[in-house]
Design a protein around this ligand. Structure first.
Ligand SMILES: [Cu+2]
Length: 507
């Protein structure tokens, strides 16, 4: 009895992960795919009954909460974006209550940074946190060295640091984001509110009625209105907050007119929570995940975003009221009999109210993009296996559990992988533990090839990939264009802080 598949919910969880991994390929099948998803939904990963009480009645009783709002945008011009990001304690109102969070520029989320391929983005980071911090530009394909996307930079309390990022002319468009990445306190700082979106614009804009940025993050508060401190068990499971906010708001209302097409840029900025997004009654077409744009938009009913993932979505408004929801998800347990599970609850995230007398039909969909590079067609120069594991240290989970990659916890001075530049590698990432781990590699995107033995359809390039409990994922990576030393890690940020991270140098 390994305890590897406790609770009897393994099959549905695994099926779900594969569905998410194949970029909702299953959904694109149409009716068959839909039925498959409906059945996994009814299985509910064993946690279907644990929706927060009151959500459903709330959503149905016609009360309209706050109007949806977006973080302020800071947009590049003439090839440059110069911004200051001051990180510090700030007071905001969440669900009508004054609470203290950490924010960039006094906001949670911080401002949305909008840039173009070929731009230089300069960020003066002012650290008013009273603790060491730094900045990671998640997903951007920029240098990880010097004053660029360098997670080894440490900005002491009261200090400032000038970051400078050079985006190549061929940088992919898409949705990215920024957050602190100081090992040991990454989860604390992000969970408390330090995150914001980055948009790299398309060469040719897509014709939409409006574009919205939705940064989704969970948070919890104590009785004093401060961000709740995690227990040791919370950290081992990966902390989740009971409030799942969109741009810092609880259940805001968006308004559109029938027939309008909107473009939603969605960031999963949760510290640990997997999102299973649905917008029943409306039409969603997925343009891509992370920096990976699909050749053609895919019709979807559900979008699975692991912590760190982003979705670029077209929503075609159909008259009526819909609710953007996230459904329950079971990320597994700490393994021992009776051990706590990370059973994520569902939540209503936003209302989408569509008036019936809007514009006629939406503009045509964007034309298919050029054929994408498919690393499966290219010669692999090397193969590597990485093993994610959780193990008792010093006699059981009460004393803390080791979160390791290849048997080691992170050591800043050690380089775990020396990778020659110009190579195309195939990595098998296996997970011997009883919990799912979303795996993130900085700088070089991964092409998802296989999840738990199932091949992935089409070209699916992303920077956080699912590694199911007791399972494995195969990816291909082109270490081209950019050199330098950076990290790969579990994007359940508590696990990263507990050591599930390694360093790679590409030279
Ligand atoms: Cu993990």
């Amino acid at each position: 009895m390994s305890g590897r598949d406790p609770g009897g919910s393994g099959p549905s969880r695994r099926a779900l992960l594969i569905g998410g991994a194949s970029a909702v390929g299953a959904i694109a099948l149409g009716a068959g795919g839909l039925a498959w998803w409906t059945s996994t939904r009814l299985d509910g990963g064993g946690t279907g009954a644990s929706d927060p009480p009151g959500d459903a009645p709330d959503a149905a009783d016609g009360t309209v909460g706050e109007t949806f709002r977006e973080p302020e945008a800071r947009t590049s011009s003439d090839g440059r974006l110069d911004v200051e990001l001051a990180a510090g304690l700030t007071t905001v109102t969440v669900d009508g209550r004054q609470v203290r969070v950490l924010g960039f520029e006094g906001g949670m989320p911080g401002p949305t940074l909008r840039v173009r391929p070929g731009d230089r983005m300069s960020v003066r980071y002012r650290n008013d946190l009273g603790a060491t911090t730094n900045l990671h530009t998640h997903g951007l394909e920029v240098s990880p060295e010097g004053d660029s996307d360098n997670v080894f930079v440490m900005i002491p309390a009261g200090g400032t640091f000038d970051y400078s990022y050079e985006l190549g002319d061929d940088h992919p468009p898409g949705v990215f984001w920024y957050h602190p990445h100081h090992h040991g306190t990454t989860a604390d700082q992000l969970f408390a509110g330090l995150y914001g979106a980055i948009i790299v614009e398309d060469a040719e804009p897509i014709d939409v009625a409006r574009e919205r940025v939705l940064v989704i993050a969970d948070i919890a508060f104590d009785a004093n209105g401060d961000v709740a401190a995690p227990t040791r068990v919370d950290r081992m499971l990966g902390r989740e907050g009971d409030l799942v906010l969109v741009n810092g708001q609880l259940l805001p209302t968006m308004v559109a007119a029938r027939g309008e097409r909107e473009r939603w840029r969605i960031v999963n900025a949760c510290t640990s929570r997997y999102l299973r997004l649905r917008l029943d009654g409306q039409r969603m077409q997925l343009l891509g995940i992370d920096a990976g744009r699909f050749r053609e938009a895919r019709e979807v009913d559900e979008i699975v975003l692991l912590p760190g993932n982003r979705a670029d979505v077209l929503v075609e408004a159909t008259a009526g009221e819909a609710v953007l929801q996230t459904l329950p998800f079971d990320r597994g347990s700490m393994g021992m009999m009776g051990a706590p599970r990370s059973a994520t609850t569902g939540a209503d995230l936003a209302r989408f109210v569509v008036s019936g007398d809007g514009a006629a039909s939406a503009a045509p969909l964007p034309a298919p993009s050029a054929a994408l590079r498919d690393l499966r067609d290219e010669e692999v120069t090397g193969r590597r296996t990485l093993t994610l594991a959780m193990g008792g240290m010093g006699g059981g989970m009460g004393q803390g559990m080791g979160f390791t990659i290849d048997g080691r916890t992170f050591a800043e001075g050690r380089t775990d992988i020396e990778q020659p530049a110009g190579t195309i590698e195939e990595w098998t990432i296996e997970n011997t533990s009883t919990m799912d781990h979303p795996f993130h590699l900085h700088v070089w995107p991964m092409q998802l090839v296989e999840v738990d033995g199932r091949p992935v359809d089409g070209v699916d390039r992303r920077d956080v990939v699912p590694v199911p409990a007791g399972g494995r994922v195969v990816v291909r990576i082109a270490f081209e264009g950019i050199t330098g030393r950076t990290v790969y890690h579990c994007h359940i940020l508590d696990h990263e802080d507990l050591g599930m991270m390694g360093a790679i140098r590409v030279a």
